[in-house]
Design a protein around this ligand. Structure first.
Ligand SMILES: Cc1cc2nc3c(=O)[nH]c(=O)nc-3n(C[C@H](O)[C@H](O)[C@H](O)COP(=O)(O)O)c2cc1C
Length: 277
């Protein structure tokens, strides 16, 4: 088996395909083994390196060349602390050496329209969606480049749950919204590669077919549990749903998704320039 095939097996454990004879390279091997890391040493990544990573992020593909991402680095320790305090269950937000916020920026194109005297209406669903995707692609590009130089990162979308306070702290104008923050630093711990759903249900050929979802999820739950069981004390919402004898990925994600998150985000967007027409 090649290094990539090994990495595919670790990532999916789904019986293949393993792309044994495909030509691979270091980037591919690295992507296959990438992982989110939430604990960092005190060592601060240098500004030159951060400039490099920002340039990489802004080199990501951009819908229609509209270039609707902005990247905001939160340097002010007071602002960092204020954002961190909003999310006490995620202490890495306040203490990671570096914290970026990837912004969907539908405002810039609107302003360009005004500058050129054209009737641009960018608060549409299309404008929101395009800006969101540009920001997500830029963030993932930074993630992969940061990981390639030995940094650890963690995206932070929970900031949208307190959108009003976060937007106030960061002076976000209408039509500019956070897609996610990104904690970044030199890792303190190894972490582990998170097992992905079997490709039998996440890939399709010529047409969508999820007939095999049930048994595939059961099998995934069991395999994932054998590798990294979720401890009893981390079961969610036991008061509501009871303690589960077997608590796998699907039970955890169903409980998580049953508690709607981000209720403040749609009204915030609607009152800050987005009509979603
Ligand atoms: C858009 C996005 C938002 C995320 N938001 C958070 C977050 O708010 N807090 C957090 O601790 N992790 C967050 N994560 C990290 C995910 O939990 C992590 O990517 C997932 O568990 C898979 O693990 P892996 O990246 O190591 O494969 C986020 C990831 C993405 C892509």
């Amino acid at each position: 088996m090649s290094a990539s095939s090994d990495a595919i097996a670790r990532r999916f454990g789904d019986g293949g395909p393993y792309a044994e004879d495909a030509e691979d390279n270091e980037l591919i091997r690295r992507v296959l083994s990438r992982k989110t890391l939430r604990r960092y040493s005190d060592k601060m990544p240098g500004d030159e390196l951060l400039d490099l990573l920002v340039a990489c992020a802004l080199s990501a593909s951009a819908k229609s060349d509209f270039q609707q991402v902005s990247i905001l680095r939160v340097r002010d320790p007071q602002k960092r602390a204020s954002i961190g305090e909003l999310f006490p269950s995620m202490p890495w937000i306040g203490i990671a050496p570096v914290f970026f916020v990837f912004l969907g920026d539908a405002r810039r194109l609107q302003r360009v329209g005004e500058m050129r005297g054209k009737p641009v209406q960018n608060g549409t669903l299309e404008g929101f969606f395009n800006a969101s995707i540009d920001a997500a692609l830029a963030m993932q590009t930074m993630i992969l480049c940061a990981e390639s130089v030995g940094l650890g990162v963690c995206p932070i979308s929970v900031i949208r749950n307190e959108i009003g306070k976060v937007a106030g702290l960061l002076n976000l104008p209408d039509l500019v919204f956070p897609v996610a923050g990104l904690c970044l630093g030199y890792p303190l711990a190894e972490g582990y590669v998170s097992l992905r759903l079997p490709r039998g249900i996440t890939t399709h050929s010529d047409g969508y077919d999820d007939a095999a979802l049930g048994p595939a999820i059961d099998d995934y739950d069991r395999r994932r549990n054998a590798l990294h069981a979720i401890p009893k004390e981390q079961q969610r919402s036991n008061a509501e749903f009871g303690e589960a004898a077997f608590y796998g990925w699907s039970e955890d994600k169903a409980r998580q998704a049953a508690k709607a998150e981000g209720a403040a985000f749609p009204p915030y967007l609607r009152s800050h320039g987005f009509s979603f027409d």
